[in-house]
Ligand binder design. Structure first.
Ligand SMILES: [Zn+2]
Length: 344
């Protein structure tokens, strides 16, 4: 009999839920209208109701393996507690796992959303078949996930892999984590918008100034389009994104010597604009990369793996990586998934 799992991606803006079977087939996927800003208790109520509904609808798909929930922020695996989340105000030190388990009477596995995305790409995406990989998710913030020997690397408490908070500028822009100059401050959608405003403030970016004035709700996509049209200040912003990513990737390659490093999340669609400076920086800063670089051109982002070569590429599952990975969590939790499983 096949099993299926229900996964939840609790983003900073809305809530997405999916049912995925043990073969990796997505049976159902919904985006709820739940606005996370409406507060924790309301979100927990609506999330529980939506999970129950989807479980009832998929009863014919087999046995429910459990529920996997990806959340932004640092979590404590043993207690299933969200310790701190800059994107979910009011959720600090909240026992998310126990609360959902109590309501639904099913196994719940809580995981950092970027860890879940890395696991998704390892299961069904660009890193399928690999046991070691690392992923950076570029969205509102920058998340990181490390998969080592087939499992998410949790560290002591579950908080390992915060790659978005690796320093790239010693006295750089202040970060929500309390540090300064983190990767997140140079490679997230939020950072790209900020750097656009900074460029406009210098008075040296007239086209950007006009575009932003015409569309005050602009996103990083607008800056990307201007960069691809050749606007120098917009190009400089994405060169900075690429340099920051390259510095962190060079460190990661030197530390891990993994076969694959993936870039995912919404901002990764601007690959063409940031990849040249990113790859140049990795090559310059990592001697391990230079010794293991693939011979073919890697700028396309679609290079396949080959033995002994370091691949830096685009993730493949898009915005579904986190949902797919979160669904995988309860399926593998019983197989001694490190801190992910309950103490025996
Ligand atoms: Zn930080």
């Amino acid at each position: 009999m096949t099993t299926f799992a229900v996964s939840v991606d609790l983003g900073g803006t809305n809530l997405r839920i999916a049912a995925v079977d043990s073969n990796g087939k997505t049976l159902e996927k919904i985006t709820t209208s739940t606005a996370v800003t409406r507060g924790r208790d309301r979100v927990i109520d609506e999330m529980s109701a939506a999970i129950q509904q989807i479980v009832a609808q998929q009863r014919g798909a087999g046995e429910l393996a459990g529920i996997g929930i990806g959340v932004p922020g640092i979590i404590e695996m043993q207690t299933g507690m969200l310790r701190e989340s800059p994107n979910l105000p009011g959720w600090d030190n909240y026992p998310v796992r126990d609360e959902i388990e109590r309501r639904l009477r099913a196994t719940v596995v809580l995981e950092n959303d970027a860890n879940a995305a890395a696991l998704g790409e390892k299961w069904l995406g660009a890193a399928a078949g690999l046991d070691d990989m690392c992923m950076l998710t570029l969205g509102t913030g920058v998340g990181g996930g490390i998969v080592m020997q087939g499992r998410i690397w949790h560290g002591m408490t579950g908080m390992a892999g915060e790659l978005g908070h690796i320093n790239v500028e010693p006295n750089g822009h202040p970060c929500k984590c309390g540090s300064r100059g983190c990767l997140e401050q140079y490679a997230s959608a939020t950072a790209i918008k900020r750097m656009a405003h900074e460029a406009v403030a210098t008075g040296m970016a007239p086209h950007l100034a006009r575009a932003i004035a015409a569309d005050p709700e602009f996103g990083s996509k607008l800056i990307y389009e201007m960069a691809m049209q050749g606007d120098a200040p917009a190009r400089a912003i994405f060169e900075r994104v690429g340099t920051a990513l390259g510095l962190v990737l060079a460190d990661l390659v030197n530390i891990f010597n993994f076969p694959m490093y993936l870039i995912g999340g919404g901002v990764s669609s601007a690959w063409d604009a940031f990849a040249p400076s990113m790859m140049e920086t990795v090559r310059r800063n990592s001697f391990v990369y230079r010794a293991t670089a693939p011979t073919e051109n890697t700028l396309s982002g679609h290079t396949t793996t080959s033995s002994g070569r370091t691949i830096i590429a685009l993730a493949q599952l898009g915005s579904d990586a986190g949902l797919v990975g979160a669904a995988r969590l309860p399926m593998i939790a019983t197989r001694a998934n490190g801190a992910g499983s309950r103490p025996a």
